[in-house]
Ligand binder design. Structure first.
Ligand SMILES: Cc1cc2nc3c(=O)[nH]c(=O)nc-3n(C[C@H](O)[C@H](O)[C@H](O)COP(=O)(O)OP(=O)(O)OC[C@H]3O[C@@H](n4cnc5c(N)ncnc54)[C@H](O)[C@@H]3O)c2cc1C
Length: 396
């Protein structure tokens, strides 16, 4: 007998889990999530730094963050499982007039969109958060106290457990190997009639009128199964934790040094160091490069001189994949040429923080054809062909 589902979601990371939750929350039945790994969280979600912030440059990202951070603040009550949301804030530090003007312009946009608690801070105010920071060249910055951190694994599990309580099914250890589309092999006149029939998996065929691509960095290859080109590229991202380090405060915001892009936050007793290496090239590279340690420690010691004393064990460092799009914004919505195929991809390093919004928007579009959360046209795949690109410059 053929398996059937009303909606198949490919990928059980934080985004696929959120879509499953939001669909079942709105009463959708027979939702099936398919994951090729034996456990959830083996993709980007398990590698994330867990940062959540509303300090973005574009209205759509600010709106998605506002919805998501409000959701995280209520997550434990609404979902019944913990998100470990910590409102420790994000502190952007500018060393040039250009960067300061950029932060001020962003703050105006954020205020206009209802994010009322973003403050401008001067160098002394910045030093008050982290007295060990070198501030002699810092001109000022911005701070938002409701930015902070979540535990990505907990959020993903909470979404999925709640979805399963409401009847969603999760198939682990099951590879989606193909997407069946009517008319896909036909001639061009048949293109408009292309629609989803189901997916081929290592457990057999599943018939479904709706398929959601939530395959993270692998989204382009999944889209290809339906004959669609999706501009999502994997880009390695490396994180370095220090050994226990008591010379910085026990609690402080995520601090971003805009002169280099170096940023850091407390992680338990140690410090988690992050830096976006501009020399990194796209590809499925998930090995940690030991040479990265010296590169990041140079930036760290320059901004926080006491970090030269921090111990680092490269074997505890790790690498994962960002899922980059050409304009650093997600692609969310229906595929233009394949009825029943939906994308929720390309979060360009923001998929954890935007998981509540992306799940809600995707569920709205599947069930109602529209969402009140954002102007969904902005994130459609068609924007690339139509030249309607967005540009998010606040990418960390
Ligand atoms: C080092 C690092 C730090 C980050 N820091 C942050 C941060 O601070 N804040 C933030 O918001 N974001 C951050 N991100 C980005 C964030 O982790 C991702 O945007 C997010 O996890 C994407 O979630 P996802 O569910 O779309 O993808 P994933 O978690 O990768 O899940 C996709 C799933 O699809 C499955 N899959 C793929 N193909 C198939 C197939 N054919 N059949 C079946 N299953 C399939 C995979 O196995 C995988 O489990 C970071 C990323 C990295 C690497």
């Amino acid at each position: 007998m053929t398996e059937t589902a009303n909606v198949v979601i490919i990928g059980s990371g934080i985004v696929g889990s959120s879509v499953a939750y939001h669909l079942t929350e709105q009463g959708c039945t027979n939702v099936l999530v398919i994951e090729r790994e034996a456990h959830q969280g083996k993709g980007s979600t398990g590698k994330s730094m867990g940062g959540v912030r509303a300090q973005f440059a574009t209205p759509v990202n600010i709106q998605m963050s506002r919805y998501s951070i409000d959701f995280f603040s209520r997550f434990d009550d609404v979902i019944g499982y913990p998100a470990d949301y910590r409102a420790h804030g994000y502190l952007f530090c500018a060393t040039t007039e250009r960067h300061l003007a950029y932060l001020r312009a962003n703050r105006e946009r954020q205020l206009a969109l209802g994010l009322k608690n973003v403050e401008e801070v001067d160098a002394a105010g910045i030093a008050a958060f982290v007295p060990q920071l070198r501030v002699d060249d810092i001109l000022g910055g911005t701070y938002c106290p409701t930015d902070g951190f979540v535990d990505p694994h907990s959020v993903m599990m909470g979404f999925m457990l709640k979805a399963r309580e409401r009847g969603a099914r999760l198939w682990l250890d099951t590879d989606v190997t193909g997407i069946e589309v009517s008319g896909i092999a036909g001639d061009p006149p048949a293109m408009s009639a292309r629609r989803i029939l189901g997916v081929n998996t290592s457990r057999g065929f599943v018939s479904s009128p709706v398929v959601v691509n939530a395959a993270g960095p692998w989204a382009a290859s999944v889209a290809k199964m339906a004959g669609v080109d999706l501009p999502v590229e994997p880009l390695r991202r490396q994180l370095v934790p220090t050994e226990p380090f008591a010379d910085l405060p026990r609690r402080f915001p995520m601090v971003i040094d805009m002169s280099t892009g170096f940023h850091f936050r407390r992680e338990g007793k140690g410090i988690l160091l992050a830096w976006n290496d501009p020399e990194e090239t796209p590809g499925f590279k998930t090995d940690f490069d030991p040479a990265f340690v010296e590169k990041i420690l140079t930036r760290a010691a320059d901004r926080v001189p006491c970090l030269v004393d921090a111990g680092v064990n490269p074997r505890r460092a790790w690498a994962g994949l960002y899922e980059m799009t050409p304009d650093h914004h997600a692609i969310i919505g229906a595929a233009p040429d394949v009825k029943g195929l939906f994308f929720t991809n390309g979060f360009s390093g923001h998929g954890v923080m935007h998981s509540p919004a992306s799940g809600r928007i995707t569920a709205d579009l599947i069930l109602h054809g529209q969402s009140e959360l954002i102007d969904t046209r902005l994130l459609q795949l068609e924007r690339f062909a139509e030249g309607r690109l967005l540009e998010e410059t606040a990418v960390l």
